[in-house]
Design a protein around this ligand. Sequence first.
Ligand SMILES: [Zn+2]
Length: 304
Amino acid sequence: MREENNLVIASVYDNQVRIRAAETTALVEEARKAHDCWPTACAALGRTLTATGILASDLKDPEARVVSTINGHGPLGTIVAQSDGAGNVRGFVGNPEVYLFNEKTGKLDVGRAVGTDGTLTVSKDLGLKEPFTGMVPLVSGEIAEDFCYYLAVSEQVRSAVALGVLVSPDSSVRAAGGMIMQLMPDAGEDAVARLEAVTREMQPISSFFERGLSAQETIRELFPEAKILEQRSLRWYCGCSKEHFADALALIKTEELDAMIAEDHGVEVRCQYCGKTYTFSEDELKAIREKHIHAADRQSVSAE
Ligand SMILES: [Zn+2]
């Protein structure tokens, strides 16, 4: 499994098409383990994490972020994926215990698990005052089509999007990855026709990674004349910490903290992004409460 340079940006057909491909097997397997995902939940979350990581490869600032939120009112509930400009990807699915199989296609039924009665929202926080946010209705809940539609409607980008997660019988991730093939604004009919011919014949994207190809080798196989422009890496990384949650606890009402101290003698908080839990003892909560009161005092002093 590769994590170094697992995202590759290339151009083909005289720069009329830009390709971004990512091999995310290790990343999606980490996500599956963190959330104990059943196969269909794993596929849906993995596709969303991969697409979001690829979209974030546009970001120049490593601290800037892309957040994708999908809610189709299906059994999975809400899927959230976040990636920063440095390639740190994290996310979660509302209900990870979903295993729906489509007997007709012989594949995991991601579309039914996600549902189609809802939206895909993509928010890009570029460090400006307001994040750029685009929202589209879901097309199929299969996620690749939904991101393709989002790009067309919200960013005026014509593209082909392939996303895939192959789950082993033991539920681990066998191969995962994605590719966004984007027509540049000046693309001519010839480039459009050539791209269509490639995507029509293309095998599922996860099959390339199952064969052991890297993102770059996958691009080369589909587009032998591709010019490689940039290599980046994507990885599963949450970045949460006990300090972060202590800050969050300091923001809740003093009465609620008092209840945690008096009734529960401590509290366990769980990071929804990575599933990690942090325990705060009675004494630690009391220390947070102290800071709380001092902060409230300072506020009232400065208000006078
Ligand atoms: Zn976390």
